[in-house]
Ligand binder design. Structure first.
Ligand code: NDP
Length: 250
């Protein structure tokens, strides 16, 4: 496969799943704009075919401006991976409004702003791939994570609807729904579970490992391979789908 000449945008591309996807796309020759809120983190991983830009996905004007600048520098965005997200568990009846809005602003509004602005340039071309990183929490109600689950269900609804809007075109829209992947989010979750329940770090980790159907953490590269496949020549008929990567169907 070659993605030479294609401009890709990966939000949250400086760490974890986003970084693995950005590196996989760059290795196939795509010019990848990677974004996040911390330039130091992005600069550390920038290199051949990876171009860093600070962009807070909750800031609508910033998303528009940064995407405009990236398009001016590297051409229309033909691959967009809406990956930036925050994950924190809280039972819904104990969720205050500020927390709810913070999760929605990042995971749902952020994906919406990113995809909408990227589509302005993608639709000037005759081919495009839109991938949203949802979660298994987007296909089932994750216990103790009502706001997160709602945001990730919302992402899937948005992607399904987009696939209908552009049906018959050369653009596809799909969600990837990972189970527990070994990234910083897991480390932060272990801390949170420990704090809430008093469990040891090992036991807290086991809760997440056991939630994956194959009882092991997933590597970010496994998510990246699925994203790469969605950008490759063999997947043009895959559209409006949710691809679960959780060791089994949840
Ligand atoms: P990371 O914490 O490593 O990645 C999250 C990324 O999002 C960071 O690069 C962060 O960069 C960026 N980000 C967060 N908030 C904002 C914001 N307001 N504006 C711009 N960028 C932002 O964890 P993961 O790689 O695991 O998470 C990536 C995605 O995968 C998330 O959407 C998450 O919900 C999803 N996911 C993860 C799972 C897992 O088990 N790890 C399972 C299922 C889904 P910075 O802080 O520098 O802004």
């Amino acid at each position: 496969m070659t993605l030479t000449g294609k401009h890709a945008l990966v939000t949250g591309g400086g760490t974890g799943i986003g970084l693995a996807i950005a590196q996989a796309l760059a290795a196939q020759g795509a010019k990848v704009t990677i974004t996040g809120r911390r330039m130091a983190v992005l600069e550390e991983v920038a290199g051949e075919n990876m171009y860093p830009a600070v962009m807070d996905v909750t800031d609508e004007a910033a998303v528009r401006d940064v995407i405009d600048a990236a398009v001016a520098a590297r051409g229309p965005i033909q691959i967009v991976v809406a990956n930036a997200g925050i994950a924190e568990g809280r039972k819904l009846h104990k969720t205050d409004t500020d927390f709810w809005r913070q999760i929605m602003a990042t995971n749902l509004d952020g994906a919406f702003f990113t995809i909408r602005e990227a589509l302005r340039s993608m639709t000037q071309t005759d081919w495009g791939r839109v991938i949203a990183i949802s979660s298994i929490a987007g296909v089932r109600g994750l216990p103790g994570a009502g706001a997160y689950s709602a945001s990730k269900h919302g992402v899937i609804g948005m992607i399904r609807s987009l696939s209908e809007d552009f049906m018959g075109s050369n653009y596809t829209f799909n969600s990837i729904c990972p189970g527990y992947v070994a990234t910083d989010i897991i480390t932060r979750n272990v801390d949170a579970i420990q704090e809430r329940s008093g469990m040891s770090a090992d036991d807290a980790l086991k809760v997440m490992v056991n939630a994956n159907r194959h009882k092991r953490l997933i590597d970010a590269s496994e998510i990246a391979q699925a994203a790469l496949w969605l950008c490759g020549p063999g997947s043009g008929s895959v559209n409006g789908q949710e691809i679960q990567i959780a060791g089994g169907k949840v």
